[in-house]
Each structure stands twice: as C-alpha cells, then as structure tokens.
Design a protein. Structure first.
Length: 433
C-alpha cells in the first residue's frame, strides 16, 4: 500500500514540475517585459522585441526538430544518449553562420547590436539543445528553478545598471541569462561530457528529423507570424503591446492541453465517441474559462503594463482563446489515426492565409488588427479540423487503437510548441515505470 502511495505521490510531483516547467518561460517573459515597460519605456521593450523575435525564429530553425527526434532515438538507444546528443548539436551548429549574417542585416549592420544579437543566438542555441535531456531525464524541477532564478538575476542586474539601460544592454543581459542556464544544465548533465564520441557529425540528422522540423517551425510561425508582421509595420510601442498581449494569450490557451495531458495514454486507446465527449466537455469549460482568461489578460495589459487598450482588445482576446478548447481533442484523435500529414497541410494553409490577411489588416488596424488576425488563425485551424479531419478519420475509427507509428510527427500546435506528442508519450511512459 505504501509503495502504491509513493508511486502516486511521485507521479503527482512529476506532473506538477512538468506543468511548472511549461509555464516557467511564460512567467519569465511576463516578469521581464513588465519591468522593462514600467521602469523604462514601451519603446525600449519594442526595440528589444524587434530583435528577439528573429532570434527565437532562428533558434527554432536551427533546432531542426532535434528535441522530439532525440527523445524518440533516446528511448530506443539509451546507451548512446551522449553520442546522439553531441552528433545532433555539432551537426546543427553548421546552420548558425547563415543566421548570424542575417542578424547583422536585421540590425542594419549596427556592429554592436549585431555582435550581441549573434552571441545571444549562439547561447540560446546551446541552452535550447538541452531540452531533449531535460524532458527525457525529467529535470523539470531543476529547469523551473533555473528559469525563476535566472529571471531574478535579470531583474537584479536591470536595477543595478539601470543608468546604462538601452537595447544593446538588455540584449547583453539576455545573453548573460542564457550563459547562466547553460552553466547549470552543464553541471546537471556533466556525465554527458565525460564520454567520447566516435563521430561528431551526422548529416543524416537533417533528413531523419525533417518531419519534426517542419511541424516545429510551422507551429512557431503560426503562433508568431502576426508579431513578425507587426515588426514590419508598427512602431516600437505597438510592437511591445503585440508581443505582451499575444504572449499572454498563448500561455492562456495552453490550459486545455494541460487539462487533457494526464489522460493522453487512455485517449490513444479510446474510440471516437470518447473524443466527442471530451471535446464537448472542454468546449463547455472553454465557454466559461476563455472569457475569464481574456478578461484577466486585458486587465493585466491595461493596468499593469499601462497600455491603452479598449474593449475591442478584450473581445479579440476571448475570440483567440476559445477555439483551442475544441480542437485540442481533435489533434489527439487525428494523431491516433495517423493523420499527421493532413495536420501539417492544415497548419501550412493557415500560416499562408493569416500571413496574407495580416499584410492587409495589420498596416491599417495596427495592434488591434494584429490580435484579431491571430484570432482569425485560431478559428481557421478549428474550422479546417472540424471539416477535413472529420471526413478523413471516419474511415479509420474501427482500426486497432493500440497500434501507432513511432515515427509520427509531434503534436505541436500553433499556439504551444513546448507540448508535443513525443513529450507526452515519453513523460507518461516514464511516470508509469
């Protein structure tokens, strides 16, 4: 009995740490942006966003789906974790020089900003490379501590050197925080560096991890394309508003995924009727939670960040939040029935559509248009899934639910690229051990 209780307590602890790990980066971004906007200026944060969005995009590209690909290969070749990790790291490192040059172009060949942004990209690349190890070894508690302590360090340095604060100095502080993370992660995974590799490059990694790369990048762009377009047309103040608002909205719509996460293993064995019931239940929850969450975000942006947002921003936020409560169960049902490529096409079509609509809406309606365009993307995903996937999966509802393709694409929704099918599978299987 005590053994059973200990296992349950262990599972609860791991689940809490996993949840904390998922939300920690959002909390970190929230605190940092809140301090910069309130104690310095919205324009300053907007100028930082102008660089950070590109850095995050380039990290997503150079990651090349490595986290999810490595999680699958780690589970099959546990004895080769060190070799696989290093091969992936050094192989992907070959991609960085191109994006370093691109950063200099983005910063208008400002040598100080260009060098600092390039160094930040390198450090971010290294820290992001540890993600597969963090998930596989369930280092969620450590990672949460690193995120939170890193945020406190950033805020402390911000106040110590507040007389010197400008865009370049904030980029420097961001780089220091990444170095801080890398130092901790290197210590935690020190055994990794004590083993020697037979080879340090594997060009096949690019082809083997390609499906994960496609879903990861398309997922990232689906969630950030509006902000990237805002960077092209809006003022620094409006860029800051869009970044803050959309980041909070993305954090809000991770809730339905977290609600369904403990039941993932059961859902993969369930029939279509169960998915319909789950979808209806989440939809009822979303009808209540989405407006409440959007209202809280609106109040935070208006009264904590002191942005001038009217009631239309609240409506746009609520419109953005609701669809995820309906289409998240459809995502799981689609993956159960091996419809990953269809989902890829849906996300790609949505990306192209909202990019085109954004080019029309954002220059005219500025930050409000950016939020509404992001909401349009969410509803487009929902509508396409309801119509296309319903027809496609009807033919396969009687197939064996216990057979799944291990090389399936990861579940990376357009709003939440941190929670994937691979993460869920590895996480659930390790909890059951």
């Amino acid at each position: 009995m005590n053994f059973s209780i200990n296992i349950k307590q262990h599972r609860i602890t791991d689940t809490l740490f996993f949840t904390l790990r998922v939300f920690a980066p959002s909390v970190t971004g929230f605190v940092i942006s809140l301090f910069v906007v309130n104690y310095f200026s919205k324009e300053l944060w907007g100028s930082v966003v102008n660089i950070s969005l590109w850095v995050f995009l380039f990290v997503s590209i150079t990651s090349w789906g490595s986290k999810d690909y490595l999680l699958l290969t780690f589970s099959k070749e546990i004895a080769k974790i060190s070799e696989l990790f290093k091969q992936s790291f050094y192989t992907r490192l070959l991609l960085l020089p191109f994006f370093v040059v691109t950063l200099f172009v983005i910063t208008d060949f400002n040598w100080v900003l260009g060098i600092l942004a390039s160094f930040w990209l390198l450090m971010r690349f290294i820290s992001a490379s540890f993600e597969s190890l963090v998930v596989f070894h369930k280092q969620f508690g450590w990672m949460s501590f690193i995120e939170i302590s890193g945020t406190l360090l950033f805020v402390g340095l911000l106040f110590i050197f507040k007389e010197r604060i400008n865009t370049a100095f904030i980029i420097l502080l961001m780089t220091i925080i990444e170095i801080y993370k890398i130092s901790f992660l290197s210590i935690i995974n020190h055994n990794l560096f004590q083993q020697k590799n037979t080879s340090y490059f594997d060009i096949k990694h690019f082809t083997m991890a390609l499906p994960f790369f496609l879903m990861g990048v398309i997922g990232f762009l689906n969630s950030r394309i509006d902000q990237l377009l805002a960077n092209l047309f809006l003022s620094n103040s409006d860029k800051a508003l869009c970044q803050v608002y959309i980041t909070l909205l993305i954090a809000a719509i991770s809730l339905p995924t977290l609600i369904i996460l403990p039941f993932v293993k059961n859902l993969y064995r369930a029939k279509e009727e169960v998915y319909i019931k789950v979808r209806l239940l989440l939809m009822k929850i979303g009808i209540v939670i989405a407006p409440i969450g959007a209202t809280i975000i609106w109040l935070v942006v208006k009264y904590l960040y002191h942005f001038n947002v009217d009631i239309l921003f609240l409506i746009a936020g609520a419109t953005y939040c609701f669809p995820a409560y309906v289409y998240i169960p459809i995502l799981y049902f689609a993956y159960k029935n091996d419809k990953q490529r269809l989902l890829l096409l849906i996300f790609l079509f949505c990306l192209i559509t909202i990019a085109i609509s954004g080019l029309i809406i954002i220059p005219v309606y500025a930050s409000l248009g950016t939020i509404f365009n992001a909401a349009l993307g969410q509803w487009l995903i929902l509508v396409l899934m309801l119509f296309l996937l319903k027809k496609s999966t009807n033919r396969k509802t009687n197939s064996d639910p216990n057979i799944h393709n291990i090389n399936s694409f990861p579940i990376i929704t357009s709003e939440n690229d941190r929670i994937t099918q691979t993460n869920c599978r590895i996480f659930q299987s390790k909890l059951s051990n």
